[in-house]
Design a protein around this ligand. Structure first.
Ligand code: FE
Length: 287
């Protein structure tokens, strides 16, 4: 068994935010409450059946110095950039985009009967990779392994490893784990997380206790809530009458200074100013 389960360090209630051209989101990282959880810069949760909440989408906008990870649960998001890349992210799919030195793109949720639901996570890039070549990893739902446990728990593995099975996302500097975990009622789930790595759980359905159930220092959290997990070598989740579904995300902190301006995240203010100059001069996207 584990020697040191992680307990909840901070509980964050997502804030309603209007982003893009008028998309309603719940934001739990990248706010005044928690601006940066090294290496994670932002977590947005979108979920609506009303087209007015999402149809305006995210028209053409730039990114530099980060990675954006889009995970669609329901509906479809069309994507297009000025380098000529385009595609669609459907239910169960993940797009892991390394913006690197710069991309200019649009992300447009499609109006469909099932509405839209999903997440966007921003992962910081280390100084040595901020100006790397842009890269897309488009992961189709049917290539994401799903681990089924004897107690009925189900884990989709986007990145990281569960029971020896690794997710398809590869070669990411933060060495991230990104799991979509379902645990049925009256069951438990334990997952090892390397000591020293940053970790959080985002509960988006049901409720569960996180922490060490043997020492009564666990805490129940209900959807929608983000729990920042303190250090330890595993996360331990226990359900009661209700099932739970959550994202479990961890990664290696960069311990670097950040200069953040909207969709640009660099190490220094000077690099931000340089980015804005390139944007004005039309030299931002160079390939
Ligand atoms: Fe974007």
């Amino acid at each position: 068994m584990t020697s040191s389960p992680r307990t909840i360090e901070t509980i964050i209630t997502p804030e309603p935010v209007v982003e893009g051209a008028g998309v309603r989101l719940k934001r739990s990282l990248g706010t005044r409450t928690l601006n940066y959880l090294d290496p994670f810069l932002l977590l947005d949760h979108f979920a609506s059946d009303d087209p007015r909440d999402y149809e305006a989408g995210f028209p053409l906008h730039p990114h530099r110095g980060i990675e954006t990870v889009t995970y669609v649960l329901r509906g479809e998001v069309h994507h297009k950039d000025t380098l000529g890349n385009s595609g669609s992210i459907g239910a169960g799919d993940v797009q892991w985009m390394t913006a690197g030195r710069g991309i200019m793109h649009e992300e447009m949720p499609q109006v469909r009967p099932e509405g839209i639901a999903g997440f966007q996570l921003w992962v910081n890039l280390p100084a040595k990779l901020k100006m790397t070549k842009p890269r897309y990893q488009d992961i189709r739902s049917n290539t994401i392994p799903e681990i089924k446990k004897a107690n009925g728990a189900r884990i989709r593995v986007m990145s990281g490893t569960v029971d020896g099975v690794s997710g398809p996302v590869s070669e990411i500097a933060a060495d991230p784990t990104y799991l979509d975990v379902f645990v049925p009622a009256h069951a438990s789930f334990i997952h090892p997380i390397e000591r020293g790595h940053t970790a959080f759980a985002y509960v988006f359905d049901g409720e569960a206790r996180f922490g060490n159930r043997d020492q009564a220092d666990d805490t129940t959290i209900s959807a929608p809530t983000l729990a920042v997990l303190g250090d330890g070598d595993a996360v331990q989740v226990t359900t009661g009458k209700t099932s739970v579904r959550f994202l479990l995300v961890s990664g290696k902190p960069l311990h670097e200074p950040i200069a953040r301006y909207g969709p640009f995240v660099m190490n220094t203010q000077k690099e931000i100013e340089q980015t804005l100059i390139e944007l004005r001069q039309g030299t931002f996207v160079t390939t």
